[in-house]
Design a protein around this ligand. Structure first.
Ligand code: AMP
Ligand code: MG
Length: 318
């Protein structure tokens, strides 16, 4: 038995509600806005974060939170964006929310301590806007270790289910639930160790990686299963469910640092499914350095069986 039953229940319910909010906004047309570093953001990003942090604040008020969005960017987007988010949150909760409450939920950061929730209300906003994959992601980090991950992937087909919730962690296992009929199945990584049968996962956005380096890894190991390209942490869900074996995420520039909320949930789930997660030098991901993984170079996620071979190839490529 895991000791995280309440966290799983509250987290999964929040991610289901946030996933519905995102799909509902997508079906009525999404306006793209821009925040710092010219990254896209939408009404759904803010609404999803408000719904999730409201639940975490109520259920686990003593836990710390790191989350991608802040109300400053929503305020800067103007009145119609604020009204849109407030209406979407009201709809998701089934009771009237005020703009003041919505701002406070978006900015909830809890109390510093040993437990921290890493929240990306829409991971893969570019995919969300394109009509492709995205993930509502929450990870719970305890003393620096991702112990629980929950991903809402409303457009992902996994284990024969269309639109899924995926959760798991070390000592928990990993599970997929249909967002439609609620059926639950246990998932696990693929047992493939022969590189000629291995499938590579990659971003849709080439600018989020280093396509040349990835091609060198494929050639050096003779990886023959082809590419699966998916936006967001849905890539971690794909490894966890055995849809592909290797996800190499190099830096695309020396100064880029991966965000904790882009990896915490996925890392917990893949660990629960029996896979491995390190950086490209084979070091464990260090989730204790703030909003970014400051001490890690890139990320390598695999089914475990191919991990050492990929690290060897990366070391020889340099
Ligand atoms: P993906 O879905 O694999 O394309 O990754 C989406 C994530 O890429 C977003 O959550 C962003 O935080 C992150 N991202 C944004 N810009 C960059 C960049 N220049 N290099 C790597 N990742 C980035
Ligand atoms: Mg993200």
């Amino acid at each position: 038995m895991t000791g995280l039953a309440a966290e799983i229940e509250v987290g999964c319910e929040a991610v289901r509600a946030a996933s519905r909010l995102c799909l509902s906004i997508a079906s009525s047309g999404i306006d793209r806005m821009e925040k710092s570093e010219r990254e896209p953001v939408t009404v759904a990003d803010f609404g999803s974060q408000a719904v999730i942090l409201r639940a975490i604040a109520a259920g686990f008020p003593d836990d710390a939170v790191r989350a991608e969005e802040g109300s400053v960017d929503l305020a800067a987007a103007g009145t119609s964006a604020v009204d849109g988010v407030t209406a979407a949150v009201t709809d998701a909760l089934g009771s009237a929310a005020t703009p003041g409450e919505v701002f406070a939920w978006i900015d909830h950061r809890g109390r510093p301590g040993s437990r921290m929730w890493a929240v990306d209300p829409i991971d893969g906003t570019k995919g969300f806007l394109r009509g492709d994959q995205f993930a509502v992601a929450i990870g719970l980090i305890d003393h620096g270790v991702p112990v629980l991950g929950i991903l809402g992937c409303p457009r992902l087909e996994l284990s024969g289910m269309q639109g899924v919730l995926v959760w798991g962690g070390p000592g928990i296992g990993a599970f997929v639930q249909s967002l439609g009929d609620g059926k639950v199945r246990r998932i696990g990584v693929s047992g493939v160790t022969d590189p000629t049968r291995a499938r590579m996962l990659g971003s849709v956005e080439a600018a989020h990686g280093d396509p040349e380096l990835l091609q060198q890894v494929v050639e050096q190991l003779g990886i023959g299963g082809g590419w699966v390209r998916i936006d967001s942490q849905a890539k971690y869900a794909a490894v966890a469910a055995g849809l592909a074996e290797v996800y190499v995420r190099p830096r695309n520039r020396e100064d880029w640092r991966e965000r904790v909320w882009d990896h915490a949930a996925g890392a917990a789930i893949v660990a629960g499914a029996g896979g491995s997660i390190t950086d490209l030098d084979g070091l464990p991901l260090d989730f204790t350095t703030g909003d970014v993984l400051d001490l890690n170079r890139g990320v390598l996620v695999s089914n475990g069986g191919l991990h050492a071979a990929v690290l060897g190839a990366l070391a020889s490529i340099g």
